[in-house]
Structure formats: structure tokens, C-alpha cells
Design a protein around this ligand. Structure first.
Ligand code: PHE
Ligand code: NA
Length: 456
């Protein structure tokens, strides 16, 4: 038995169940939904990719999320210390700390490029407010984007601002910082997405957008795309790296983990699908290419806003909200490293935030230059940015997610997990089945197929 009931997190606790759901939703809903999902779906041919993505979200992502929260709440420390502690407590070994470390590292690497894209959204707030897109043509909006990204110092400046915002909130701590930031962002973002959906429906190409997203041609789907879909499922739910584990550590004892996870998964998936339904009709209405890559939202949406009444206002509001969404996700990305730094080096929260933030800021220059100075230097998956993205989303998150579920479902004893998940009812049995068999086998299989270890 453990002393879990008495264990407290030294970083404080969420003030309520709602605060936790908001924080996890804030971490989940971000650039992954609105910037990344549409362009990855576009690059992987739409339909079949989207269906595989949905399967991965519900059959793999959700059980991994539940595993992470329950481990986090039981350990109540940073992911590294929690894995070490529970590893011993559950009769295995403290070497499980390496799984926590893998997550901390993944978060740092992801944030290094996430912050650069967060900087783009910040820049687009100012571009919108000054009416840059009013009445602009597709070519003009596209040119605006490429001239912006080809300037390394502009990207560096925006990246610096975005990292500053992130460090500022994280330094303020769990209750005062993280909670406040997420309270109004998600509802407001949803409202605006629905407004855009109305515009998209009237674009005359709504049907082609829907068809692109949902008519599945499985013959055209490669294992590489399946891996991309799985990686995106991990990325969008913020799982497989200890972010949700770190947040789980601050979760009050009585909150239902299953209920909270379901709410977050549904909100996140809904917003990603909504983003696709807004963006693809606009792509087809303007003769753009769905496989255009990272610039997709930064071209389609300004174009739509530029032709809308009140467009300047809506565009500004939209990019403000997207910045908020990115910001609350960045908090989740940096939290494991900061919590680890606080506990490991006995630093204050503010000091830890500045140290970790500086390291990430420096790493971010790899992405900054990937869009200009070294955009021609490509290897393996493309530019340096493409490779960091591939390594984190498609390798580190699935690998760490695999190990986390194995730990929760095979290493931890039944009593511990059922205690955390509120008894041994149907929900518990479904989780255990998915976490023991479905998720690990699927992750391994897709991964081995994609890297070509298993024959066709
Ligand atoms: N889920 C976030 C998004 O979709 C990104 C993220 C990943 C945040 C991992 C925290 C941890 O944008
Ligand atoms: Na997301």
C-alpha cells in the first residue's frame, strides 16, 4: 500500500475539477489543432488520414492520457521523479525515470519550434490590426507570408516575445499563472471558429472541403502517413511526454480521471475537425494547394478575413485567440522541465522558468533559420525544422506513450490503478484492455511498419 492519500505536490494544486479540465484542455487545444492538423491532413491526402487519426485519438490517445493522469496524481512529483518513485513503489525499478526524462526532453524540443510558430500568430495579430489583408488576393497573402518567414530577425523577434510570455506565466505558478490564462480562451476560440465555419459554408466550396476530409481512399494511404496520423494524435492531445502527467500531479484526489479525459479528448477533436471544415473549403475556393505545408492557415484565413465585412476586427480577434491557444499549450510543454528543475536543482519556480526558457529560446533558432538561411539544407525528412518535428511527434511521443501505458497497465498493480480510476467498473475494464493490449500493439506495429522493419 502507498501513502498516496497524504501525498502532496510541492507545486500547489488546481483549485477545482473545472480548473484542471480547463488547464488540460488549454494544453491540448493549440497550434496542433488549427495550424498543424489541417496542413498534415493536407499533405497526407485528407480522408483516409483523418479516419486513421480519429481511430488513434480514441483507441490510443485517450488510454494514454488516462494512464498519464493516474500516474501523475499518484506520484505527485515532476515526471522524472514520479516515474522513479512509482517504479520502486510498484515493485519494479527506479529506472522508469528514463521514461520521464524522455518526456521532459520531448517537451523542450517541441517547444523550441512551437514557440517560433507561436511567434507567427503574434505577428499576424499586428498584421491583421493594421489592415494588411483587406481585399488582398491569394497571391498577395501568400507573398506576405513568404516575405515574413524569409526574414530571420523578424521570426527571432517574435519567437523571443512568445518565449517571454510563456516564461512569465510559468514563473507565476500553478494557481496564479496557469489557471487564469485558460479560463476564457477555449470558449471564445470555439465561438470564433463557428463564425468562420459560417463563412466557409458560404464559400461555395464547402462540399469539396468536406469530401477532401472524409472520403477515404485507403489504397493511397502509406504506413508513413499512418505514423504521421498517430504522431498527430499524440501531439494534439499533449500526451506521451509527461505534460499531462505533470498536470495530473496537481489534481485533487476526488476528480474523475475518465470523465476529465473524455471532456478534453472531445473538445480537442471537435476543434481540429472544425478547423479542417473551415480551412479546406477556403483552400479549394481560392485554388490553393491543400499540401502547401506550414503556411496553410496563415494564407487561407487572412484571405477569408480580407473579404469579410468586419474582417479586420475578426482577423485580429482570431489571431489573438490563436496566440492564447498556443500560449496555454506552451505552458504544458514547459511544465515538466520546469517542475523537474525546481525539484532537482532546488530552484525557485521563477529561476527554473528562466533557465529552462533560455535553453529553449536558443534551440528555437534551429527552426527560425529553417525558414530562411538554411531552408535549402535538407536531409532525411526535409529541413532541420521538419526533422525536429518528425523526431518529436513521430518517434519520441509514440515511444514514450508506449512505455507509459506499459507501465500503467502492466507494471502497476491492479489495486493502484483501479483506486485512481475510481473502482473496477466498465470504464476501468475498457481502459485496461485498451492500455494493456490495443495501444501498445498498435503503436509498435505502426512504428515498425513505417520504418520498414516489418514487411509490407
Ligand atoms: N497539444 C498541443 C497542440 O495541439 C501541443 C502540445 C503537445 C502541448 C504536448 C503540450 C504538450 O497544439
Ligand atoms: Na491539440
Amino acid at each position: 500500500t502507498s501513502d498516496n492519500g497524504k501525498r502532496k505536490s510541492l507545486h500547489g494544486h488546481w483549485s477545482s475539477r473545472m480548473a484542471f479540465i480547463l488547464a488540460v484542455t488549454g494544453s491540448a487545444v493549440g497550434l496542433g489543432n488549427i495550424w498543424k492538423f489541417p496542413y498534415i491532413a493536407g499533405q497526407n491526402g485528407g480522408g483516409a488520414f483523418v479516419l486513421v487519426y480519429l481511430l488513434c485519438v480514441f483507441l490510443i490517445g485517450m488510454p494514454v492520457m488516462m494512464s498519464e493522469i493516474l500516474i501523475g496524481r499518484r506520484g505527485r512529483r515532476n515526471p522524472v521523479a514520479t516515474m522513479a518513485l512509482l517504479g520502486k513503489e510498484e515493485g519494479s525499478s527506479s529506472h522508469w525515470k528514463w521514461v520521464g526524462s524522455l518526456g521532459v526532453l520531448a517537451g523542450v524540443l517541441i517547444l523550441s519550434y512551437y514557440s517560433v510558430i507561436g511567434g507567427w500568430t503574434l505577428a499576424y495579430v499586428f498584421k491583421s490590426v493594421s489592415g494588411t489583408f483587406t481585399g488582398a488576393s491569394a497571391t498577395a497573402v501568400g507573398a506576405e507570408f513568404s516575405s515574413f518567414t524569409s526574414s530571420w530577425w523578424k521570426l527571432a523577434l517574435c519567437h523571443t516575445f512568445f518565449m517571454g510570455l510563456t516564461v512569465f506565466v510559468v514563473a507565476r505558478g500553478v494557481e496564479r499563472g496557469l489557471e487564469k490564462a485558460v479560463r476564457f480562451m477555449v470558449p471564445a476560440l470555439l465561438l470564433l471558429m463557428f463564425t468562420l465555419l459560417g463563412y466557409s459554408i458560404n464559400s461555395g466550396h464547402f462540399g469539396s472541403g468536406v469530401a477532401f476530409m472524409f472520403s477515404a481512399d485507403f489504397d493511397a494511404l502509406t504506413w508513413d502517413s499512418v505514423l504521421a496520423a498517430m504522431g498527430q494524435a499524440f501531439f494534439t492531445l499533449s500526451v506521451g511526454m509527461g505534460a499531462i502527467m505533470a498536470y495530473g500531479a496537481y489534481l485533487p484526489e476526488e476528480t474523475s480521471i475518465t470523465g476529465a479525459s473524455a471532456a478534453v479528448v472531445i473538445a480537442d477533436t471537435g476543434i481540429a475537425i472544425l478547423a479542417g471544415l473551415v480551412i479546406f473549403p477556403l483552400v479549394f475556393a481560392n485554388g490553393l494547394d491543400p499540401a502547401d505545408g506550414p503556411g496553410l492557415v496563415f494564407v487561407t484565413l487572412p484571405l477569408a478575413f480580407g473579404h469579410m465585412t468586419g474582417g479586420t476586427f475578426f482577423a485580429t480577434l482570431f489571431f489573438v485567440l490563436l496566440t492564447f491557444a498556443a500560449w496555454t499549450s506552451a505552458l504544458g510543454l514547459v511544465e515538466p522541465a520546469v517542475a523537474w528543475c525546481v525539484e532537482h536543482f532546488k530552484r525557485s519556480r521563477a529561476e527554473a522558468a528562466v533557465i529552462v526558457g533560455s535553453v529553449i529560446w536558443v534551440l528555437g533558432f534551429a527552426t527560425v533559420f529553417s525558414f530562411n538561411a538554411i531552408s535549402g539544407v535538407t536531409f532525411f525528412r526535409g529541413t532541420l525544422f521538419d526533422n525536429i518535428d518528425y523526431l518529436t511527434s513521430n518517434v519520441m511521443l509514440p515511444l514514450s506513450g508506449l512505455l507509459i501505458t506499459i507501465f500503467a497497465a502492466w507494471v502497476m498493480c491492479r489495486n493502484s490503478t483501479s483506486e485512481e480510476l475510481g473502482g473496477a467498473g466498465t470504464g476501468y475494464r475498457v481502459w485496461r484492455f485498451l492500455a494493456r493490449f490495443v495501444a501498445p500493439v498498435a503503436i509498435l506495429f505502426v512504428f515498425l511498419k513505417a520504418i520498414g522493419v516489418l514487411p509490407e
